[in-house]
Design a protein around this ligand. Structure first.
Ligand SMILES: *Cc1c(COP(=O)(O)O)cnc(C)c1O
Length: 382
């Protein structure tokens, strides 16, 4: 059996090596390292793929979130509601901009921001909601957009984990995740579903005025060369990374389909096993055509067993795995606040003890999946 990896970037590279190598060499030959044609072309190709009016590439997914919030003109003291169960980048940029993070609980089935918890958290100071499409499944955007409209709030989608996922609204319209809110961010960190070979990110929006503002912010607040109209940042996607992304974008649907196939095999093996809860909140039969889960992570819940002992056991058996996330954000030292009450976080407080994410990438084979699922099942059935 091939050695099991949490993420297999090498196997994926080998299949697109010729295109990647020649594109990278071409950037070097032409020395258009910053904002070269590869960046411009990638931007257009991603706009077409997502069916969104504007893609603004930037340096990473964390910058993308920060710049989106700057572009919306959020001011210190404005409250921004986001999920307690996510990667820290989301709350980090809120705090960094001196906005007030308002962390709320998540849904126990799909792990995304809880709709009732959002409603409860709204105050006269609330200005925005940041749903995170966690592990590859879009949050309930119909409900979130309705709440936002009612209370006149912005919606910033953190789409770092769900690029390529579909979302079908109640009215039947089909969208790509990250094109429904007022603005969205994504990350091209190597292990993401569309990853480059270093850092990268992008902001998406259908709003022409906002896109214009953001294009200036990413470039030192310049709209006319050496005229700095607003305080900006320096955040660029470099041309070598754009060249890698252009080679991979045409394969994104195929990559996501391979993830879904691996996920379906995991789920089939775990289906009737007591104490294992497989990912929910989407229609597995219609995945990719309806509200799809593109499995940035395949995360199960382990009930009535020692999750940490399972993690150790898997590692001993040569199976890498991850606990995303081991600590709720409201309990992290940097983000603790006396406003938070433990009884408002019953779901995240429980999830951090139960979740484990299994190896997930485009190159998993049947033998590996069988070995992984057998090892997990044997452990929980002991
Ligand atoms: C990866 C990730 C980010 C940050 O992306 P970087 O490119 O690493 O800065 C933000 N939010 C979520 C949910 C992520 O998974």
């Amino acid at each position: 059996m091939k050695k099991i990896q949490m993420v297999d970037l090498k196997g994926q590279y080998e299949n697109i090596k010729e295109r990647v190598d020649s594109s990278i060499m071409n950037v070097i030959e032409t020395t258009a390292f910053i904002n070269g044609p590869e960046v411009q072309e990638f931007q257009k190709e991603l706009e077409n793929y997502l069916n969104v009016k504007h893609v603004i590439p930037c340096a990473n997914g964390t910058d993308a979130l920060q710049i989106a919030m700057m572009g919306l003109g959020l001011q210190p003291g404005d409250e921004v509601i986001t999920a307690d169960f996510t990667f820290a980048a989301t709350v980090e940029v809120i705090a960094l901009l001196q906005l007030t993070p308002v962390l709320v609980d998540v849904d126990p089935v799909n792990f995304n921001i809880d709709i009732e918890a959002i409603k409860k958290a709204i105050t006269p100071k609330t200005r925005a909601i940041v749903p995170v499409h966690l592990f590859g499944l879009a949050a309930n955007m119909d409900e979130i957009m309705a709440i936002a409209e009612e209370h006149n709030l912005y919606v910033i989608e953190d789409n770092a984990q769900a690029i390529g996922a579909n979302y079908v609204s109640k009215d039947g319209t089909k969208h790509k995740a990250g094109t429904i809110g007022h603005v969205a961010s994504t990350s091209f960190f190597p292990s993401k579903n569309l990853g480059c070979y270093g850092d990268g990110g992008a902001i998406f929006t259908n709003d022409d005025d906002l896109a214009h503002i953001i294009r200036g912010i990413v470039n030192h607040g310049m709209y006319v060369r050496y005229h700095h109209d607003v305080v900006g940042v320096n955040s660029r996607l470099d041309s070598i990374q754009a060249a890698v992304l252009r080679a991979k974008l045409p394969h994104l649907d195929e990559y996501n389909a391979a993830r879904i196939e691996a996920a379906n095999k995991y789920t089939a093996a775990f289906e009737n096993i007591e104490n294992i809860v497989t990912p929910g909140g989407f229609d597995a039969e219609n995945n990719l055509s309806e509200r799809s889960h593109v499995f940035h992570q395949y995360t199960i819940k382990i009930l009535n067993a020692d999750r940490d002992a399972l993690v150790n056991h898997l590692n001993e058996k040569g199976i890498p795995c991850g606990v995303y996330y081991p600590i709720p954000l409201h309990l992290q030292k940097a983000y603790r606040d006396e406003r938070y009450k433990e009884e408002d976080f019953t779901v995240t407080n429980q999830l951090v003890k139960e979740v484990v994410s299994l190896p997930m990438h485009t190159e998993l084979d049947n033998e590996q999946i069988k070995y992984i699922t057998d090892t997990v099942i044997n452990f929980v059935s002991k």
